[in-house]
Design a protein around this ligand. Structure first.
Ligand SMILES: Nc1ncnc2c1ncn2[C@@H]1O[C@H](COP(=O)(O)O)[C@@H](OP(=O)(O)O)[C@H]1O
Ligand SMILES: [Mg+2]
Length: 273
């Protein structure tokens, strides 16, 4: 399948098939006795992360031979190029282990530092989002062979006050709290993984601020889906995030994901380190 054509929606649909297959692996291993180890950044990883990542890399290689894949477990061994994939086979591993269902499979195709097609699926919640040009969402079929019925995902205009903010269930920090305090937040919802971007993309929330550490594979797919649904993900100074920074170990700086770009001037994001 060509990457240099204009049909990014078709690329996104192919990524969806791969994410759905990965989701079936994760679901099958959910109730097993998952061995886990702690990564260098202190977060957990499991045999399910490894199994899903192996399968995703294989499928991406079959569909797009020779394109680099930067994935959570193998990032240090791959250099990004003009085109490359960013893959988090299991985003929200802590929630996977605890059985909340709030985990996702994230795959993004990057060209020259920006995502151009992406999928985020939440297998245990039965929801999936994709975007090439258009952002779409649907319910994951329950295995009876029917196709996903896609509908467009759109953000909502931000209300003057009583914004709905999404915050990480497991990773909070003072800088994020200070930034959120510059907005009129009415409701805070704790949510894990890249689902936060997608809930904003579907108009169910307004803002997700993250000043603590995240990795490029945590954000690239959600960034693209939210951006194509009418929102944006910005760093300090209002610039869009860019991807492929192997020199920084793929670590993101602070960012804000917004359903309504009009919220941007009201935010005071700290300067990136
Ligand atoms: N100290 C740290 N350094 C880098 N990334 C971190 C981190 N602590 C958490 N993260 C990232 O935050 C993600 C979870 O986000 P959330 O808290 O929104 O669910 C983790 O994804 P994984 O669960 O895939 O490892 C991990 O990549
Ligand atoms: Mg992750």
């Amino acid at each position: 399948m060509r990457l240099d054509g204009n049909d990014t929606d078709a690329i996104a649909l192919r990524l969806a098939q791969i994410a759905l297959e990965a989701g079936r692996i994760l679901r099958a291993m959910e109730t097993g006795n998952i061995e886990k180890r702690t990564k260098d950044d202190g977060s957990p990883t499991t045999l399910a992360d490894l199994a899903a990542e192996k399968m995703i890399i294989k499928r991406l290689g079959e569909a797009w031979p020779g394109i680099a894949v930067v994935a959570e477990e193998t990032a240090s061994t791959v250099c990004p190029d003009e085109y490359f994939f960013l893959v988090d086979p299991l985003d929200g591993t802590g929630d996977y282990i605890r059985g909340t269902g709030e985990y996702s499979v994230n795959i993004a195709l990057i060209r020259n530092g920006r995502p151009m097609a992406a999928v985020v699926s939440a297998p245990a919640l039965g929801s999936i989002w994709i975007a090439g040009q258009t952002a779409l969402t649907g319910h994951i079929p329950d295995g009876t062979g029917q196709d996903i019925v896609w509908r467009e995902a759109r953000t909502r205009p931000a209300p003057e006050d009583s914004l709905i903010a999404l915050v990480s269930r497991r990773h909070g920090d003072q800088a994020t709290e200070a930034c959120l305090s510059t907005l009129s937040i009415g409701t805070r919802r704790m949510t894990s993984s890249a689902l936060k971007f997608c809930l904003i993309a579907s108009g169910e929330a307004d803002v997700y601020v993250r000043c603590g550490p995240t990795m490029e594979w945590d954000t690239a797919a959600g960034d693209h889906i939210l951006s194509r649904a009418g929102g944006c993900v910005i760093g300090p100074g209002g610039s869009r995030l860019s991807y492929g920074h192997d020199d920084k170990g793929y670590l993101n700086g602070p960012f804000a994901a917004l359903g309504d770009v009009a919220l941007a001037p009201r935010l005071a994001l700290p300067v990136a380190c």
